[in-house]
Design a protein around this ligand. Structure first.
Ligand code: IMP
Length: 190
């Protein structure tokens, strides 16, 4: 099945292809992407999927994700991508905000929205709960992965790496939920 992902991020398209077997996912080439100014991940995923559907027709996919930290009242949440420059600066800012804080609970959230060629909208949500470590560990993944320790693990996602993410990440869970929703509605074509 050919699907257009409304993102400029080719890495995300490859990651989602691994999570959605049988899907051939291409990114949408457009220079006028709508701003991601929704109040929720779902709104952002939906507006991207709808934008792609208007442009490309066929099957389209939109996604949005972020990290929510309990002691920060759920921040950075839907604004995660704008919290600080991606990578070490964002990790350092988060650790600074949590200095001396005992409650380290956090969760990653991902929303995926698929739109069928007929315009049916199908949603998949994925959550991965964990805690924020005291210092970064590991080279795998990206963003906050070096400081995110999933519940049930002693290692950070940076240490656990892509093999772990492909099975257990918020995106993997959202992709599974989306697939199940498509199967329930008998929308999965060849
Ligand atoms: P977006 O879904 O591409 O808009 O990403 C939102 C932001 O959430 C990213 O820029 C990261 O800061 C964070 N994020 C989302 N998923 C992950 C992940 O799997 N690992 C680390 N950070 C993530």
């Amino acid at each position: 099945m050919s699907v257009v992902l409304c993102s400029r991020n080719a890495h995300k398209a490859r990651e989602l292809e691994g999570l959605l077997p049988g899907w051939s996912i291409a990114t949408l080439d457009a220079d006028d992407y709508p701003p991601e100014d929704g109040d929720t991940y779902y709104e952002n995923a939906l507006l991207k999927a709808r934008f792609g559907h208007e442009r490309a027709g066929g099957w389209t996919l939109g996604d949005d994700s972020g990290i929510e930290v309990a002691a920060l009242g759920g921040r950075p949440g839907v604004h995660s991508a704008r919290y600080a420059p991606e990578g070490p600066p964002a990790v350092a800012k988060l650790l600074r905000e949590l200095e001396g804080v005992d409650d380290r609970r956090a969760r990653y959230v991902c929303e995926l929205v698929a739109i069928s060629p007929d315009g049916e909208e199908i949603r998949g949500t994925g959550i991965a709960a964990g805690t924020i470590s005291d210092a970064p560990r590991g080279e795998g993944g990206f963003g906050y992965d070096p400081v995110f320790v999933p519940d049930g693990e002693n290692s950070t996602v940076g240490e656990l790496g892509d093999g772990w993410k492909n099975e257990h990440s918020h995106r993997a869970r959202a992709a599974r939920a989306l697939r199940e929703a498509l199967e329930r509605r008998r929308l999965l074509g060849a």
